[in-house]
Write a protein of this length. Structure first.
Length: 145
């Protein structure tokens, strides 16, 4: 169980993690450098799976994802609200789901490292916060957590 201040620190730390891990996805040039590094690492470690070459449309998707994740990360660094931590945990469930899907369909095993971090951040951000009861809900609605 987290205290409110510990949870705010956790949300801020998850934002810093996302910013550092995702920053290279923001531009085509930085992503291609990262892609080469990941490809070389997977080959050097003789890991199963592949990291295919990226076409312009793939690159666009990677850059869009990197851009929005970095903006989301900066928001959590600057304003680490509990609600943002809960939403981030849901996003991590989605990311982890697609990482498992990719691994099951032959993607490089390096994705497993990122999957472990996604799951760890998700679990940490879903743990209860001491004394938090949520915002009062309008009549007929469940409380916002």
């Amino acid at each position: 169980m987290w205290t409110t201040e510990q949870y705010r620190t956790l949300v801020r730390a998850s934002g810093w993690y996302d910013l550092l891990v995702t920053l290279a996805f923001v531009t085509p040039w930085s992503f291609m450098a990262l892609h080469g590094l990941l490809q070389n690492t997977a080959q050097a470690l003789n890991l199963p799976g592949s990291l295919p070459p990226f076409e312009p449309a793939h690159l666009l998707m990677a850059n869009l994802m990197g851009s929005i994740v970095c903006v989301w990360a900066v928001l959590r660094i600057r304003d680490p609200q509990q609600a943002f931590g809960r939403y981030d945990a849901v996003g991590r469930v989605l990311f982890a789901s697609w990482q498992v899907y990719a691994l099951m369909h032959g993607a490089t095993a390096l994705i497993g490292v990122f999957l472990l971090f996604e799951l760890a951040w998700c679990v940490a951000q879903l743990l209860p916060v001491k004394g938090f009861v949520g915002k009062p809900a309008p009549a007929g609605r469940a409380p916002v957590v």
